[in-house]
Write a protein that binds this ligand. Structure first.
Ligand code: PEP
Length: 248
């Protein structure tokens, strides 16, 4: 059976006090999670939040990492730095990084390689824009995004990989993809993974992201090829996040 995962991407929200309060509220519910739970606070709070989560089942991941190892790269944060404070993994290829910060396939390929070589877990985000979905090109987009990055790496550590299908038109828009659209794409991604890696790819979780809320998560999580979710906005509200976790 594949791992079930719900991850919260806090993006550029919450200061130190707000981040600590949020994680404590999640921890204090004393609920036994029915899946693996990840949270992704901003860089300055990763250390504190990692310490708070140390004795809990919650794993802490960063929202970004440099493709470089070290050196004169002002403002960048390296894999080694993140590992040194107990960070478990990284979100790579989020559509906001691709669109707003111009991260292209070449940079993403280097980031993936860097994470894999350093044994960090990767949530690799892929997804099409509305324009390309309306042209019926969503499968082509996904295939290219994988071919030009992950699939081009000769020995990526598949045990440390989670694929996040995040249609760009559903992120932060309140408009989630329908469960039919999600299932269709997840099944297609699963086929691509099988073609590239064979049977060993069966254990790679594929999670959905895009306006997940407590009122739509159960439906989406019930799709056979959906292994969980990457949650943005709703993960800032502890009750909503916990309700999404419980719906898996
Ligand atoms: C995200 O940013 O990964 C995301 C899925 O955001 P939201 O849930 O707010 O659409």
């Amino acid at each position: 059976m594949r791992r079930k995962i719900v991850a919260g991407n806090w993006k550029m929200n919450k200061d130190m006090k707000g981040s600590v309060e949020l994680v404590k509220e999640i921890i204090q519910t004393n609920k036994l999670f029915g899946c693996e739970v990840y949270i992704s606070p901003s860089f300055p709070f990763l250390n504190e939040i990692s310490s708070i989560c140390e004795l809990t089942p919650i794993k802490v991941i960063a929202q970004n990492v440099s493709e470089k190892s070290q050196g004169a790269f002002t403002g960048e944060v390296s894999v080694d730095m993140l590992k040194s404070i107990g960070v478990d993994g990284i979100i790579v290829g989020h559509s906001e990084r691709r669109k707003i910060y111009g991260e292209n396939d070449e940079v993403l390929r280097m980031k993936l390689d860097n994470c894999s070589k350093n044994n960090l877990e990767v949530f690799f985000c892929i997804g099409e824009t509305l324009e390309l979905r309306e042209k019926g090109k969503q499968n082509e987009v996904i295939e290219n995004q994988l071919n030009n990055t992950l699939f081009d790496l000769p020995d990526f550590n598949l045990d440390k990989l989670v694929i996040a299908y995040e249609p760009v038109w559903a992120i932060g828009t309140g408009k989630n993809a329908s469960s039919e659209q999600v299932q269709e794409m997840h099944q297609y991604i699963r086929t691509l993974l099988n073609l590239r890696y064979g049977k060993s790819s069966d254990s790679i979780p594929i999670v959905y992201g895009g306006s997940l809320k407590p009122d739509n998560s159960k439906n989406i999580f019930s799709c056979p090829d959906v292994d969980g979710g990457l949650v943005g906005g709703a993960s800032l509200n502890p009750k909503a996040f916990l309700d999404i976790i419980s719906s898996i």
